[in-house]
Design a protein around this ligand. Structure first.
Ligand code: SAM
Length: 182
């Protein structure tokens, strides 16, 4: 069966072209950033933690990718750094794996960031959001994200959710494709 990660990658890939610009909104250890860097002309990668940016930098250097702009700032101000439309935006919410748990994504800034990202997406562009709901902050964030996505216009956005329906604390994924200019 297709894993969460395979599902995300399959949908993001559909939107990418060699000259694409993309955003990793939560670069963490750099796995998603590398995935985008290998397939795009330019990637903007955000994280609020120095450690995450260093890990991502190391991961990219190891694979010899230099087309990534690493930005130490919150994703909810991505529009201050990105002024061109993008083909893909990846969010992987929560904590840095094996890192400090004081730094985690938060409902209010995540919602602002998703809204900014949807404005930056090209038509036919894709946003992926991996949501963790196994901890207290995660449940609040998950509810806020679900409410936002359910309220998006079906004329402009095609939204799907991939989850294990018999394990309601496991992570799930949302894919949003922009299908009309708005
Ligand atoms: C689950 S990890 C991301 C994993 C990453 N995608 C990877 O491939 O390794 C979540 C990351 O989001 C970062 N983060 C938390 N709040 C953020 C914010 N407001 N803006 C940007 N990044 C944030 C955390 O520091 C953490 O590194």
């Amino acid at each position: 069966m297709e894993t969460m990660l395979d599902f995300v990658k399959r949908h993001v890939l559909e939107a990418l072209k060699p000259n694409s610009i993309s955003i990793d909104a939560t670069c963490g250890n750099g796995h998603d950033t590398l995935f985008l860097a290998q397939r795009c002309q330019h990637v903007y990668a955000f994280d609020i933690q120095e450690k995450a940016l260093n890990n991502t930098k190391e991961h990219l250097m190891m694979h010899r990718y230099h087309n990534v702009e690493l930005i130490k700032d919150s994703h909810h101000v991505m529009h201050h750094y990105v002024n061109k439309p993008v083909d893909a935006i990846m969010f992987n919410l929560g904590y840095l794996p094996h890192g400090c748990r004081d730094y985690h994504t938060q409902a209010n800034t995540t919602i602002l960031a998703i809204k900014q990202g949807l404005k930056l997406l090209n038509t036919e562009g894709v946003m992926s959001i991996v949501v963790y709901r196994g901890h207290e902050h995660g449940v609040i964030e998950s509810n806020a994200v679900s409410t936002l996505i359910k309220g998006l216009s079906k004329k402009h956005f095609y939204c799907i959710r991939y989850e294990r329906i018999n394990d309601l604390i496991s992570p799930y994924t949302i894919i949003i494709k922009k299908i009309g200019d708005c």
